[in-house]
Design a protein around this ligand. Structure first.
Ligand SMILES: Nc1ncnc2c1ncn2[C@@H]1O[C@H](COP(=O)(O)OP(=O)(O)OP(=O)(O)O)[C@@H](O)[C@H]1O
Ligand SMILES: [Mg+2]
Length: 147
């Protein structure tokens, strides 16, 4: 892909509608196609897809819906997932492998292993979780790459 200094980053955003489990993985699937189309290396596309999928699922399952955004810079990808849900009371706990507050109904759908946030951390070069109880959560993940 040709790059120039004044080129704006590529950005794409999707709404994650409350309770819409029929749209599972839709945003991350679209992001994956976009990144491949932009010529991002395939291992980076794979990592970004995992991050986007887990972030999208958390917004849907725990955040009561919200949105997810992809921004592609010349050498990095930024994924932001935000919701106005209940927030996370203990981020350190939430980051632990196996910690989940998912209900039995959610577990029956195959989610709630408590592996989403650890997986996001593992597959990104930097991540931040801004959250406030009763206000919502904003997760940002950065993945760097060279072409
Ligand atoms: N957007 C969010 N809003 C509120 N709580 C959240 C949010 N994202 C994560 N959490 C909390 O952090 C916990 C851990 O999240 P994580 O993604 O690691 O596991 P999980 O979603 O429960 O299970 P899995 O991702 O393996 O299906 C969740 O169970 C939930 O309590
Ligand atoms: Mg999760």
């Amino acid at each position: 892909m040709a790059e120039s200094k004044d080129k704006k980053p590529y950005a794409e955003e999707y709404a994650i509608n409350p309770g819409d489990f029929s749209a599972i993985g839709e945003a991350s699937t679209k992001f994956k196609a976009t990144l491949a189309m932009l010529g991002v290396p395939s291992d980076v596309v794979r990592r970004a897809s995992i991050v986007a999928y887990e972030a999208e699922m958390n917004v849907l399952i725990h955040g009561g819906g919200g949105k997810i955004q992809l921004v592609v810079y010349p050498g990095s990808i930024e994924l932001t997932a935000s919701d106005k849900g209940p927030g996370i009371p203990d981020v350190q706990k939430a980051m632990q492998e196996g910690y989940s507050t998912a209900t039995d109904d959610i577990r029956e759908l195959g989610f709630g292993a408590g592996m989403g946030l650890p997986n996001i951390k593992r597959n990104s070069d930097a991540m931040s979780l801004e959250t406030e109880v009763g206000e919502g959560t904003v997760l940002t993940a950065i993945i760097n790459f060279t072409r």
